[in-house]
Ligand binder design. Structure first.
Ligand code: PRT
Ligand code: ZN
Length: 307
């Protein structure tokens, strides 16, 4: 009899090895204080600062690795997770992966796109057509929901050229800027899914030590994501214009207004305003503040913060 394997103590996180999500995933984990030693084949990173190891894989493999318990968490596009869950739903109902965090990058849509010269009325017009896609389960579920019978042609790449090659009549593909569709004379007409990079975990809770590590990592991610979106806005305003300037401040924390002493002593006719903002501050906003009377308007990134 072989002895039962000891439960795995270290947390394992799957991320994309190369591709759109690879660098931002690593950056996020690094901003959570993780450091690694990379294996020679660059497929595995041993966590040095925390008992958190990384597996570097193709994005399509990430949901399966989590469902099979090989990895505990993954960073992947929602599109890949939903397709995986639908593909497994018949054999493994109630085992959908858990989306734990939305990361705000890798945003795209999964759109049906038709010939730019055609008119779009409703999904019913897809009846009997061939739809090329890398997401056959999502497309199948959407067709079923609209009670449309069409042929789903599964392709692993270059979906947008399928109509030109005569492989399909329409496509269902990921779209971000829309340039690829336009270059292929296709126009998006219906959105099946809004996607972005997400952190996923298994359908069930992780057991104790790995569960604690996962919670710690997710809390650090929350902090890192908040920080990334935080900016410090600083400006000077004449006292007389202060109420107008305050009305033009972007969304954020309560501003701090401080009197400014002149070098010669005595209080100036000007105040200093500081505030922590949520998200980037647009040029338009800075121009509005300037028109309202502000000067020395500055926006600074925040490197660290303890509330
Ligand atoms: O090798 P591996 O399998 O790991 O990578 P991959 O080639 O399958 O994936 P990759 O790196 O291209 O994309 C990873 C994830 O990024 C996707 O699963 C999405 O969640 C997300 N993402 C965001 C995108 C896009 N935007 C995107 N625009 N993935 C693909 N595209 C493609 C799309 O398929 C089309 O060919 O870009 C083209 C359209 O772009 P626009 O800007 O012209 O509209
Ligand atoms: Zn892939």
């Amino acid at each position: 009899m072989t002895p039962a394997a000891a439960p795995r103590e270290r947390l394992r996180v799957a991320i994309q090895r190369s591709g759109r999500l690879a660098a931002p995933s690593r950056d996020l984990l690094a901003s959570c204080g993780l450091t690694w030693r990379e294996s020679r084949d660059k497929l595995f990173c041993y966590g040095e600062s925390l008992a958190v190891d990384l597996l570097l894989v193709r994005d399509d493999d990430i949901p399966g690795l989590i469902a099979d318990g090989v990895c505990d968490l993954g960073i992947v596009g929602r599109n890949v997770v939903v397709e995986h869950d639908l593909a497994r739903a018949a054999a493994h109902p109630d085992e959908s992966l858990t989306e734990l965090r939305e990361l705000g990058w890798g945003r795209c849509r999964l759109d049906i796109a038709i010939d730019a010269g055609e008119r779009w009325q409703s999904p019913a017009q897809l009846a009997g057509q061939r739809i090329a896609t890398s997401y056959p389960c999502i497309v199948g579920a959407w067709l079923a929901e609209h009670e449309v019978e069409a042929d789903v042609v599964t392709l692993s790449g270059s979906v947008e050229i399928a109509p030109r090659l005569g492989q399909a009549d329409v496509v269902c593909d990921l779209v971000s800027s829309g340039a690829t569709l336009a270059a292929n004379n296709l126009t998006p007409v219906a959105t099946l899914l809004h996607s972005e990079a997400v952190v996923v975990g298994p359908s069930h809770a992780l057991e104790e030590s790995r569960g604690d590590l996962a919670d710690l990592l997710l809390r650090r991610m929350d902090g890192a994501l908040r920080l990334k979106e935080t900016r410090l806005l600083m400006l000077r305003s004449p006292r007389a214009d202060l109420s107008v300037v305050l009305n033009h401040l972007p969304e954020g924390h309560e501003p701090t207004v401080t009197a400014v002493d002149s070098a010669a002593g005595g209080v100036q006719d000007e105040v200093s305003v500081q505030m922590l903002c949520h998200g980037a501050v647009s040029w338009q906003r800075l121009e509005e503040l300037k028109r309202a009377g502000a000067r020395q308007v500055m926006v600074l990134p925040v490197e660290g913060m303890l509330a």
